[in-house]
Design a protein around this ligand. Structure first.
Ligand code: DX5
Ligand code: ZN
Length: 223
């Protein structure tokens, strides 16, 4: 099964003083998903945004909203994000004591359930949890900040995961990549088997419309 390429701008790098316009522009310029980075200052050093902002942007876009929860105790907030209008919710393996329960809870709320692994968290978590997931998010930076450099060990990990999924009756599970993805490495990332491509600084630093176009092109043909 070949999954459709989905470009997911990370709003973390957008101009928050013009959030409505930025959100509308993502859709207008051909993005496929809105990626929202939720950070609690506990699991990761940074503090960002919560369900209130998801609720605020929901009426301004018909794109799916992908909430990447970089928070401790995510179970306590799944209902809040689902109520706010999230379509995808992902949680980190590193903070979930009862992953099966957490992923089930996300699905019960009719959201797509994702498991996230930090760069050095063993892939075994993804192997064991994949049947309960709609997607697996592999971090290609340490979570917490936009604008970091891509950790290249992601590529082998992603290939191994894609092969595992495809050879174990789990080819419907999508792979998302997050961190340091830009025009010059997106082809490698896609060739490694990821199809949900998060990019923050790679898209918002320049002209968003052009960057989304270039990114889609580069995903197929390289630079
Ligand atoms: C990092 C976040 C990312 C980040 C990506 O913790 O999860 O989504 O915004 O930003 P770039 O593409 O700039 O690395
Ligand atoms: Zn993210």
């Amino acid at each position: 099964m070949t999954h459709q390429l989905k470009i997911a701008p990370s709003l973390l790098s957008c101009d928050f003083s013009n959030l409505e316009t930025e959100v509308k522009n993502c859709e207008r310029f051909g993005a496929d998903i809105l990626h929202v980075d939720v950070m609690d200052g506990h699991f990761v050093p940074n503090i960002t945004i919560g369900p209130l902002i998801v609720k605020a942007i929901r009426p301004h876009s018909s794109l799916p909203i992908d909430c990447h929860l970089m928070i401790s105790n995510p179970d306590n907030y799944i209902d809040d994000f689902a109520d706010a209008g999230a379509d995808y919710i992902s949680v980190h393996a590193e903070v979930c004591n009862h992953l099966h329960r957490t992923l089930s809870k996300i699905k019960e709320r009719n959201c797509k359930a994702g498991l996230v692994l930090n760069p050095i968290t063993p892939l075994q978590y993804a192997f064991d949890a994949a049947e309960y997931c709609d997607f697996i998010l592999l971090m290609s930076v340490n979570p917490g900040f936009g604008g970091q450099s891509f950790i290249s060990s992601f590529l082998d990990k992603c290939k191994t995961l894609r092969d595992y999924l495809d050879s174990n009756g789990l080819s419907h599970v999508e792979i998302e990549v997050d961190g340091g993805v830009k025009i010059d490495n997106i082809k490698q990332v896609v060739d490694a088997g990821a199809n949900m491509i998060v990019s923050g600084s790679g898209l918002f630093k320049g002209n968003l419309e052009q960057s989304i176009k270039d990114m889609k092109l580069a995903a197929i043909s390289g630079q």
